[in-house]
Ligand binder design. Structure first.
Ligand code: ATP
Ligand code: MG
Length: 218
């Protein structure tokens, strides 16, 4: 069975779609020699950000495109079927509580929650905490990890603050990797690429760290 990674958060704009695209590219580069056909992208968000990225990527002759499907409603059984066919299934859910998010949690190995490190952002994890508790009744093996995204490059305090605040949520593991706010993410995304295919080595190094940490968990 392939590994199923779900990007989810009830808050919008935290970097779910951006992380989905970058993890896909990072896995292809680091585990499959650049081949993309063992990694399925699942867009479970009506905004279709991930799907449109993958469509734009198909127009670029210089890179391999990813298989990508759109799913809605209760997607648990479809995800399980797809996991039997691929090495990885990466799901991008909408930035709100949705049937897609909840049903995807029942078929996932890892739910990855990007968050900014501010108190206002971290407090919103409370909602996710309840959702995770319910999902674990049906999928006790679900690993849930939180990571800080869009951290300012000139400050190291984010992780310390977040670690402190996340002590209130023992059901979430805070990953050590912090993704900084870097223009490379927006630039690469607009070209339907990942930071592994871009010129900012720091952005790429952070994404590699995130992938390594994830792979140790699932
Ligand atoms: N580490 C980063 N550095 C710079 N920009 C980033 C980073 N991560 C995400 N972004 C940018 O932030 C914006 C929101 O990211 P993204 O679309 O991935 O969020 P989302 O959680 O999928 O949002 P939604 O809930 O609307 O689906 C995008 O413009 C994206 O390019
Ligand atoms: Mg999105």
């Amino acid at each position: 069975m392939g590994k199923v990674i779900l990007l989810a958060h009830q808050k919008g704009g935290v970097g779910k779609s951006n992380t989905a695209t970058n993890l896909a590219v990072a896995i292809a580069k680091e585990q499959f020699n650049g081949e993309t056909d063992r990694i399925l992208l699942v867009d479970a968000d009506p905004q279709a950000t991930l799907y449109r990225w993958s469509q734009r990527r198909e127009d670029n002759q210089n890179v391999n495109s990813f298989p990508c499907i759109r799913l809605d409603g209760n997607i648990t059984s479809q995800i399980k079927i797809e996991a039997g066919k691929y090495g990885y299934v990466i799901i991008d859910a909408a930035g709100r509580d949705s049937r897609e998010m909840r049903s995807a949690m029942l078929a996932s190995d890892l739910m990855l929650i990007p968050t900014k490190a501010s108190l206002a952002d971290l407090e919103l994890l409370e909602h996710m905490s309840e959702t995770v508790e319910t999902a674990r009744d049906y999928n006790p093996d679900l690993t849930v990890s939180v990571f800080i995204n869009m951290a300012p490059t000139n400050s190291q305090t984010e992780k310390t603050i977040a670690k402190q605040l996340l002590k209130e949520f023992p059901e979430f593991r805070l990953l050590n990797t912090v993704l900084s706010e870097r223009k490379a993410h927006r630039d690469a995304f607009s070209e339907a690429l990942g930071v592994h295919e871009w010129k900012d080595t720091k952005a790429k190094a952070e994404m590699s760290c995130l992938l390594k940490e994830i792979c140790n968990e699932i």
